[in-house]
Design a binder for this molecule. Sequence first.
Ligand SMILES: NC(=O)c1ccc[n+]([C@@H]2O[C@H](COP(=O)([O-])OP(=O)(O)OC[C@H]3O[C@@H](n4cnc5c(N)ncnc54)[C@H](OP(=O)(O)O)[C@@H]3O)[C@@H](O)[C@H]2O)c1
Length: 201
Amino acid sequence: MAGVVASFCMSLDGFVARPDDSVGPLFDWYTAGDVEVPMVGYPITFRVSPSSADYLRSHLDAVRHSAFVCGRRVFEYTHGWGGSPPGGGAAFVVTHRPPPSDWPAAHLAPFTFVSSVSEAVELAKAAGDGTVGVSGPSIAQQCLNLGLLDEVRIDLVPVFLGEGVRYFAHLGGSNASLERVEVVLGSGVTHLLYRVRYPDS
Ligand SMILES: NC(=O)c1ccc[n+]([C@@H]2O[C@H](COP(=O)([O-])OP(=O)(O)OC[C@H]3O[C@@H](n4cnc5c(N)ncnc54)[C@H](OP(=O)(O)O)[C@@H]3O)[C@@H](O)[C@H]2O)c1
């Protein structure tokens, strides 16, 4: 795997969060199994089924030396992961605003606040091994519309949320297509990996 990768847990009706931004049952599969998989860069350990463990490990290995791009809401919702963003490398927060004046963990990991998605992706590619993890549906959609997104990973959870935050709600004029790379059946989740193809690529 390489390039710019968006990865989300999604309900069967296409939501990545409830209206209050909580993920509810979408993350249950992370703790529903017996196989331990430590997260890279952030001090948590997942407990998942054997097939999910294999899938997760391959993804985490691929992003081990990557950088990370997210939007301001994800940054604030996670409190900047306490200064340890997923992947453990540099993190770029897309925002119109300056960093919080009391941002306490800035010394723990290199966080950079930038005002453009394309600049964030460019800086993130240069800061890591070229692989960039994207978090936040808004940033993922903007990357897709800019022709910057290379892979879409969906952990499809068989629940209906009915309302909330959609993964791809604002596709603009994107005419990208998706090429299936991998489908893995887990317990309470189906992992889907697609390569993004643009008309001129
Ligand atoms: N299910 C999952 O796996 C999963 C994973 C991650 C997140 N989530 C969910 O995703 C939601 C948050 O993501 P989101 O997409 O709604 O918000 P987001 O992208 O994290 O934040 C949106 C904010 O980022 C800034 N921003 C976005 N695009 C910009 C641009 N082009 N230029 C400058 N600033 C820009 C703006 O902040 P300012 O204007 O305020 O600066 C904007 O209000 C939450 O509900 C969270 O629970 C789910």
